[in-house]
Design a protein around this ligand. Structure first.
Ligand SMILES: [Cu+2]
Ligand SMILES: [Zn+2]
Length: 187
């Protein structure tokens, strides 16, 4: 009888132990998922003697990267925004960021064009008033944040805002004029 009670106690304690282990594993997995959601926010700094400032936030969820850029100091009208090849914004004209990010060796073009486009060809956005901050949103599954695939990974690249408009035709960069703001996509 004593032995039976002991055995039952042992089984109960083993079960209790198992439950605890399971709980710990579950919470760890949740933690890991949170840590693996890649996200970063970068600062856009004025270039070419402009006063164009801002931020750009990148978040990757389920294989889709969402960009939300908030830009101020631009003149009213359309302006181009691209991802350029390098995260180097050290030069006063922003040209240290190199040409458009083009890891798949395509011609410059409008995003999604059948004739081809650069992975950095985000396109144009409209500023309603020079007084306002303008929000630019863009999302794609053709980018990733830190996945290591050179045809997708935006880490180490640079965001450039232009004074002019991207015509989507002129090679190699759409004749979008001077680079008025720059931010390296660096963690
Ligand atoms: Cu550009
Ligand atoms: Zn381009």
């Amino acid at each position: 009888m004593k032995r039976t009670i002991l055995t039952i106690l042992l089984i109960v304690s083993v079960l209790a132990c198992k439950k605890n282990v399971k709980k710990t594993e579950t919470s760890k997995t949740t933690q890991e998922v949170i840590e693996k959601t890649p996200a970063l926010t970068i600062v856009l700094n004025p270039k070419s003697e402009s006063a164009v400032t801002g931020t750009a936030k990148f978040v990757e969820i389920d294989g889709v990267v969402q960009m939300t850029a908030k830009i101020k100091g631009l003149s009213e009208g359309s302006h181009a925004i691209h991802i350029h090849d390098k995260g180097d914004c050290s030069s006063s004209d922003g040209k240290s960021s190199g040409g458009h990010w083009n890891p798949t060796a395509q011609p410059h073009g409008k995003w999604g064009a059948e004739t081809g486009y650069h992975k950095g060809d985000i396109g144009n956005f409209v500023v309603e008033s020079s007084e306002d901050e303008t929000t630019v949103e863009f999302s794609t599954n053709e980018w990733c944040i830190g996945c290591g695939d050179p045809t997708k990974d935006i880490l180490g690249k640079g965001v450039i805002v232009h004074q002019g408009v991207d015509d989507f035709v002129s090679q190699p960069s759409g004749a979008a004029g001077s680079r008025v703001s720059c931010g390296g996509i660096i963690q």
